[in-house]
Design a protein around this ligand. Sequence first.
Ligand SMILES: [Zn+2]
Length: 290
Amino acid sequence: MNELPLGPDVHRTSQAVSWPNGARCAVAITFDFDAETMWLSRDTSNARRPALISHGTYAAKIAIPEILALLQEFGIKATFFVPGWTAENHTARVEQILAAGHEVGHHGYLHFWPEPDKPAEEEKEITDGLEALHKLFGLKPLGYRCPAGETTDRLIPLLQKYGFIYDSSFMDDIHPYVHSVGGKSSGVVEIPWHWSIDDVPYTVYSLRGQRAIQTNDHILNIWETEFREHHARGALFDLIMHPQAIGRLSRLAMLRRFLAFLKGFPGVWFASCGEIAQHVLAQQNKGAKA
Ligand SMILES: [Zn+2]
């Protein structure tokens, strides 16, 4: 039998987490503030196609203020993953996010998808992103989310090397867990996600990759059922949105409906990804001492 080159976590058993103050489940409301990088990273000649990349400009111009107002209305602290390029080109918007008390995480520099055979390029995306966030805001992000769900087998050791305490790139669980490296705890918590609780597959349209734009009712049907089942299992519900997608006005109306739906459940801990990771690490340390 040919062995697939899978890491040690493949055989790890999924385990429910006990949440703070007797909460039944945890919710992380997250946004990937890609802005123009989603188009620039795939084809640098798109820099000369202004109407195309204006799709991303919308995120900074219109969506972020609308999203911040909505989060304030519900009293929710969210996590925004920001590429270094976005931080440099939409600095005032990131300052507004931070001033409102939300967490800012690392999302690469130009949103490049890492290539398994280009380790130097992969590490440079991490260091350039770190440098931008530090230079502009004096920020050392706690966590990382990979662009477009793409990673390599070097990711967790790299996050360890640069002192991150969490990652949010893997889709193998409904509970958070701590990655292992070389058979030992890496100290990097995974905040798992999935495309079904991401806005992009339902909402982003391009002439090159045509697909139907879905109705709000269709999306809410999936998100609400996903949440109900996560809540029943005491899991972590990691909702991923993109300002250029969820920031369209009808989608913001959908998000308002969805946040009201979440608030209707008992025992929900709304937390930033950093707070969730710190909680999981504290539980792990308590278990190690017991
Ligand atoms: Zn992204």
